[in-house]
Design a protein around this ligand. Structure first.
Ligand SMILES: Nc1ncnc2c1ncn2[C@@H]1O[C@H](COP(=O)(O)OP(=O)(O)OP(=O)(O)O)[C@@H](O)[C@H]1O
Length: 937
């Protein structure tokens, strides 16, 4: 990282700059007025030599012209030009002041275009830009230019990029980025053979100039006979095949899109530079460049230019007519030409039947059905380069291009779900049914990105069940919800025998044992060898876990997804910060869309070349990306879109992993359970055993509860409430949140009334992620947390009235959304008894008209607990104990005072479940914007 310049250095640089300008002015004057012979000893000898060798010469860069386009046209901005798309603009540009192309030392034009204007794109990045982490995948990998151009800049080799480019990043004080526009006058001066036979190119290419100056006394541009070469088109670029010529190399180096291929020892350029190159080459004596086939019209006849030179004595400016831009999709039916002004082009646009001019954006748009016609005609305009839509788009929108579909929204047929369990199909809400239809229209490959709590699970199971003939099915999920998925399969697919569901719990389990195989991301990467033969149908829950291709989980999943026939990705937050995060998920659904990340990065991640490689952390063309995703990859509905179909509260039972309970706690639980069922125990002893069982349950659940909370945070849940009952649980949760630096509040029995209100307000007003850790009994009343829409119960409580009161902390006036309630239930613990007990109590209340809520209808796994005789006995004991008056107090006190002794459970949590701080990053930036987008028409 470069250090800021001191004031003294700045002054020195400024003084040098002024001197250089003065010398430059003198030189230009000399060139205009002196005879060729005189120029050999003229003031140009005083010009700064190779700056890389002038130790005291700091290179000063200046931010300017923030409106220049980052990737597009670098030509002078015609006053009639349409404004560039600001979202994709570069922020500024860099220049070397001593190389300012002005004859007037004090003149500093507002929109200066100097060497920066003809320097390579690499030079447009600010040195002050922090090295940002590349997101999404091995960003920067696989793009040869990224490494080639940053590595291959040897100073001594004139056929390579000038060192100035590299120095730009090292020595700059100010910081900005952007691509400079080009200065036509300078360009012309660079390429114009001077009256002295010298070429001014040295003045803007200091390193070359230094070299040329060393040969003073001989003409800098020596013409040795005539040299012939030719241009060869290569896709969007063209290559120049010609022998070595110093002056021509200088011209090459002045062109922004230049790239040198050391293997073939040839230079190549984008078509933008074709016109200027040919024009400059025509002016070089002895150089004949055979033009590209069919592109002769790109270049004006040199006679026109020379006419100008003769008349004014000044170099001729290249034509301003060359314009470059791109087509961008703006709706399902229309595309826009994002390009600068060109008279010919406008005339052509006006020939299109579907043309529309947007006075706000000052851009023309057309129906996709006219796309081919327009592009074909544009090809006939040699001075216009209108880049086509990416091929992926033309494939995704073939129907619109071929005019077979004119519907503004996709027409999705109703799928025949007769082969799927009727229980499931009849339970689908209308928007869920539409989701299944979309998935089937997409042949079972999609990213279902519905908002959290909209029932992605039921939709995914239905889609997978539609393809049941292709099972075995693989379901990859965060480990905290493996068993919830098992329960959901049992609930929604009664035709599926539960024994056919294989939940992979350890690395020793087999991944292919069941018809439905449920595995966590982390175990998948350990078991990937078992994935042969591959699964044909795969569900990935929380698919944003795959956003970084460097992770083992992503590396394990991607090959699997590429070969699977059906891929159902589920995520409420597929990208939380930037479009790059979507790349792997798009690749998983549509492997052919953007096989190379770089193409995706250039189009949608505002890719910028930095000294260290490519930076893909930005965004560009998001409207188009949204259209593409909606057309062929993703379905996303927000709660607000379907609120009328949602119940006010959605409850979910989350079966947390029993694997998290360590052997010692399991033994304590078993001992307590045994105590409760031993015949010769007194009532009091049984009750004590029950209290111990309840307390041990709290202890046993801590790792799972914390894992679940961290998974929620990682999934982008910003604000939610976590209720627990035991002090040890509340302590462990707050400790972990502190450790992870997650903003949180805690209200328990020890919180004063004044503090309760303050803390509550603090949570309500918190703009970012925040967790309210609340005691079930101390914070279930009188508080409003309506800024959250999710409540997690880390522990169960025997009194459903208390639970419902706690739920209503979010479900109250001011709540505009449907709220989600997650009950974390651990098998083999007191939850086995508490859960059915709660359900039964609710049922009774409901029958008596005292409760509007029926847990059995609204939660999974009502058959979760099947009682054997021993369990029935414990259940009876629970029922009796909790129904007897006064027991509540006894249990509450016991819970309050419970101390698992030497075990500090918080510290003993498995580190692997607690890795990675999920809230360090700013969340939702992308999707907040995303959701607020309106498709331009
Ligand atoms: N059609 C339905 N009928 C009954 N219950 C439903 C239905 N759809 C969803 N639910 C219930 O709503 C709750 C939330 O569903 P689910 O967990 O699938 O949401 P999600 O979209 O996966 O949320 P998240 O992104 O938070 O995981 C669950 O308890 C689920 O059983």
């Amino acid at each position: 990282m470069s250090l800021p310049l001191t004031e003294e250095q700045r002054k020195k640089i400024e003084a040098n700059r002024q001197k250089a300008l003065a010398r430059r002015a003198e030189k230009l004057l000399a060139e205009q007025h002196q005879k060729p012979a005189q120029s050999k000893q003229g003031p140009s000898q005083n010009l700064p030599r190779d700056p890389s060798k002038s130790g005291s010469h700091g290179i000063f860069f200046k931010q300017q012209n923030p409106s220049s386009s980052s990737q597009g046209d670098q030509r002078p901005q015609n006053p009639h030009n349409f404004p560039p798309n600001t979202s994709e603009q570069a922020k500024g540009m860099w220049q070397r002041p001593e190389e300012m192309p002005t004859a007037c030392p004090s003149y500093r034009p507002p929109n200066q275009v100097t060497v920066a204007g003809i320097s390579p794109p690499l030079a447009n990045s600010p040195p002050g830009v922090p090295s940002q982490q590349l997101w999404g995948c091995e960003l920067g990998q696989g793009h040869p230019q990224a490494s080639l151009e940053t590595q291959s800049t040897p100073f001594a080799n004139t056929t390579h990029e000038p060192l100035a480019k590299v120095k730009n990043f090292q020595e700059t004080a100010a910081s900005s980025s952007g691509q400079p526009p080009r200065d036509p006058e300078l360009e012309a001066r660079m390429t114009r053979p001077s009256t002295s036979g010298q070429k001014i190119s040295g003045s803007v290419m200091p390193r070359t100039e230094g070299r040329l100056q060393q040969k003073a006394g001989t003409p800098l541009h020596r013409v040795v006979g005539s040299q012939q070469g030719r241009c060869i088109r290569n896709g969007e670029r063209f290559q120049v095949k010609i022998g070595y010529n110093e002056a021509l190399i200088a011209v090459f180096k002045s062109l922004p899109s230049r790239s040198y291929d050391p293997a073939t020892k040839t230079w190549n350029f984008s078509m933008t530079d074709y016109g200027p190159l040919m024009k400059a080459a025509q002016r070089l004596p002895g150089i004949t460049l055979q033009p590209l086939e069919g592109a002769e019209g790109h270049v004006e006849s040199p006679s026109t230019s020379s006419g100008i030179i003769a008349k004014t004595g000044l170099p001729a400016a290249p034509s301003l007519a060359f314009v470059k831009g791109q087509c961008v999709l703006i709706s399902r039916a229309r595309f826009e030409a994002d390009i600068s002004y060109s008279e010919d082009l406008i005339a052509l646009f006006k020939q299109m039947d579907s043309r529309k001019y947007d006075v706000k954006t000052r851009k023309w748009s057309f129906l996709l059905e006219e796309y081919s016609k327009l592009m074909e005609r544009v090809r006939g305009l040699p001075q216009v380069q209108l880049d086509p839509l990416p091929k992926t788009l033309t494939l995704a929108f073939t129907a619109q291009l071929q005019k077979t579909s004119l519907s503004p929204v996709a027409d999705i047929p109703e799928a025949d779900l007769s082969r799927v369990d009727s229980k499931l199909v009849s339970s689908l809400l209308p928007f869920q049914r539409a989701g299944v239809n979309f998935a089937i229209a997409q042949r079972g490959r999609l990213l279902l990105a519905d908002d959290m709590g909209l029932g992605k699970t039921i939709q995914a199971i239905c889609i997978a069940a539609y393809y049941r003939k292709e099972w075995p099915l693989l379901v990859v999920v965060p480990s905290s919800v493996r068993f919830t998925w098992e329960q959901a399969f049992c609930r929604w697919l009664p035709s599926l025998n539960p024994v056919d569901i294989n939940v992979v719990v350890t690395g020793k389990d087999r991944l292919t044992d069941g018809l439905v195989n449920i595995v966590s991301f982390d175990l998948l990467s350990k078991l990937e060898k078992q994935l042969k033969p591959p699964f044909k149908v795969v569900i990935i829950d929380e698919s944003h876990f795959l956003k970084n291709i460097k992770t083992a989980r992503c590396r394990a999943a991607m090959p699997l997804l590429k070969v699977a026939k059906r891929v159902i990705l589920l995520s409420g937050t597929p990208a939380m910060s930037r479009p790059a995060e979507l790349y792997t998920q798009i690749l998983a659904v549509r492997p052919t869309f953007f096989p190379q990340f770089h193409a995706f990065g250039l189009r949608y991640c505002g890719a910028k070349r930095q000294p260290w490689g490519w930076d893909y952390s930005g965004s560009s063309n998001l409207g188009e990306l949204k259209l593409l995703l909606e057309e062929a990859v993703m379905l996303r509905r927000l709660k607000g879109d379907v609120l009328s179909q949602l119940p006010a509260k959605q409850r979910k039972m989350v079966v947390v992993a029993p694997g998290q309970i360590n052997a010692r706690t399991r033994a304590a639980l078993d001992a307590a359970a045994k105590e409760m069922t031993t015949k010769d125990k007194t009532k009091q002893q049984q009750k004590e055993a029950l209290i111990l069982f309840f307390n041990r349950t709290a202890e046993a659940k801590i790792p799972s509860v914390i894992e679940y909370i961290l998974d929620l945070l990682e999934s982008g849940r910003e604000k939610f409430l976590v209720f627990a009952h035991h002090k040890v649980v509340l302590d462990a949760i707050t400790k972990e949140l502190e450790r992870k630096r997650v903003q949180h509040i805690r209200i328990d029995g020890s919180t004063s009334s004044a503090d309760r209100e303050d803390l509550c307000q603090q949570f309500q007003l918190s703009p970012g992620p925040a967790v309210a850790v609340l005691s079930i009994t101390a914070a279930n009343m009188g508080l409003t947390f309506s800024s959250a829409d999710l409540v997690v119960f880390g522990e169960l409580f025997w009194n459903p009235g208390v639970l419902m009161q706690a739920e209503d902390r979010v479900h109250r006036i001011g709540q505009l959304s449907s709220v989600s309630i997650h009950y974390l239930v651990a098998r083999g613990t007191a939850d086995d008894y508490l859960w059915p007990l709660i359900q039964e109590k609710i049922k009774v209340l409901g029958e008596a008209g005292l409760s509007e809520t029926n847990f059995s209808e609204m939660t999974e796994a009502t058959d979760y607990f099947s009682k054997d005789s021993k369990q029935q006995k414990i259940y009876n004991l629970f029922q009796k104990s909790f129904e007897e008056d006064g027991n509540d107090m006894e249990l509450l006190e016991a819970a309050e005072s419970f101390d698992p002794g030497s075990q500090d459970t918080g510290d003993k949590l498995d580190e692997s479940t607690l890795t990675g701080s999920p809230v360090k990053k700013k969340r939702f930036e992308f999707f907040d914007n995303w959701d607020s987008f309106t498709s331009p028409l």
